[in-house]
Design a protein around this ligand. Sequence first.
Ligand SMILES: [Zn+2]
Length: 428
Amino acid sequence: MFVEVNDLHYAVIHPPAGALPNCGPWNDLVDDLACAFLVGQEELPRWEAWAHGRTCCVLPTSLDFLIPVKGNIRYALEHLEAQPYESAYVCFDEDELREAISTRLGTVLVGRDPLRIMPDIVADDAADAVTVLQAATNGTAWGFAAELSGSVGHGPRRQHLFILTEAPGVVPYDIGGRVQITIMGRYFSASDTRHGKHQPTYRLQRLKEMAHFGRPFVDALAMVLEITDGRQRVGCVTCVPARPARIGPPPLFEVVEQACRHAANRNGGLPFRPELLRCIRDYQPQKELSGVARRQNVQGAFSVAEGRLPEHVVLVDDIITTGSTVVECARTLIAAGTRSVTVVGLGRTQSCIPQSSSVEAPGCGRRGCPGQLTMRLNKPPRDGAFWGCSEFTEGGRCAAITSWPDGIRAYNTLNRRDAIEDWLDVPF
Ligand SMILES: [Zn+2]
């Protein structure tokens, strides 16, 4: 998967309760990075003793049920005199990650399924997290693919790195036994605070306009194709086809064609067959629809070219949100005789809350308030997201706020919006 970090100098770490400061990998990390450890009141003395004289600070979080994660992070950054984009947040809990990911920190999730929400780095355990962070810091992460720093003009975007590492167990994600999904990176929608600052997002956005913005993806995609081919021989590579109304090939085709040519472990590269799938009827833009409607929207929209199909096809798409389009394409290929399909997404939309008019928001819950609970983003420079009443900003009539996990749970219960579970529902 791709790991997006900056020049990483700082780490804010929330170790699991009971983790020992002086045994395990933490020593190595504080040698390389300035760290803030967020530990509970009862563990504070031990950590303080250990941190003595080190580039490390300890924050008591006995009130952490009152202070949201982003509050702790902000406090830690101030303590370290660190900027968000030179810092990483390490957590062991997915709910925490959900909150941290809306900040401008690189995020590390330790020990959990990475695809539900994608952190910058996934680590198996604390030792692994330290290894990956160190590798990212000194540029020796395995499979370093492309550093985009400086490749896209001036401003904060220049600071971003784009690193390919293969973390065991991360890719690909298996759905239905015959289709696997590999996600190369993250994509932040326009409503996310990271939209304008995240290099791959910027690139993917521009890719729609001109293929040359996709150039940095070529090497990376070539590498992913090589890895995929090494796992299971690739018969051919294809893309999600353009809608009938489109004139000329989509820019993605050029990216994939070049990547296939560059895939080095095959003489002459991997065969690219852009004509393999065809879009036979127009469909509504997917971003306007909810998960179930998206699936219905694309059902039967594709057909496969005549002739014998390879056993294993790689299907590339630029941005994957719920996966409905790629899953429909994969289903079409399998119905036509392909044995297995590996889907490769250049980016996966990170907002688990699609901005859509057709999804329901949970009620605010306050008596007599007509408002709805919606995910709200703090305006920069205050980072982070929270769940609050929709009436909050419109005249400030209701200030109801719900915790992040509760908000997400209420939303998911109402809309069954977990994209991965959406995919799992699809029979093959
Ligand atoms: Zn309200």
